[in-house]
Design a binder for this molecule. Structure first.
Ligand code: SF4
Ligand code: SF4
Length: 133
């Protein structure tokens, strides 16, 4: 089993060694793709191990109330709707949304860096960002 997961941690768990405990206890390999503590605890991990250990680790994290979702969703931007207002940039934890051109202040979008956290969707005043269904 190999999977990419988005984990969101409640503040009460931020200082706990949860991932190292999971990795040791369930004999998993992991690769941190992205980590942040503000404005919320967010970790993007690639985890691999046996099916049994992987599923046991997921159950353990669920019991701790860690919010998890697979990193499989696609976020798209409607170029016709985007006005390059830049309102979304401070909300994007991975700099997928960024100033592409300082002269024109064009806002770039790099889908390769996007972790589908959806933070940009509600803050876009022009509804340019959406989840691909
Ligand atoms: S969903 Fe939006 S805010 Fe989240 S990483 Fe992707 S572009 Fe950035
Ligand atoms: S908030 Fe919406 S309109 Fe503004 S730059 Fe971002 S995607 Fe474009």
């Amino acid at each position: 089993m190999r999977n990419k997961l988005v984990l969101k941690f409640p503040q009460s768990l931020l200082d706990k060694p949860i991932i190292s405990t999971v990795v040791k206890r369930f004999d998993l390999d992991f690769n941190i793709l992205h980590a942040q503590t503000k404005p919320e605890g967010l970790l993007i991990l690639e985890i691999s191990g046996t099916d049994e250990n992987y599923n046991a680790a997921i159950k353990y994290l669920e019991n701790l109330k860690v919010n998890m979702q697979p990193l499989s969703k696609d976020i798209i931007r409607d170029e016709n709707k985007c006005t390059n207002c830049s309102a979304c940039i401070p909300h994007c934890p991975t700099q997928s949304l960024f100033i592409e051109d300082r002269k024109t202040m064009k806002v770039g979008f790099d889908p390769e860096k996007c972790i589908a956290c959806e933070a940009c969707i509600p803050v876009c005043p022009y509804k340019a960002m959406s989840l691909k269904l």
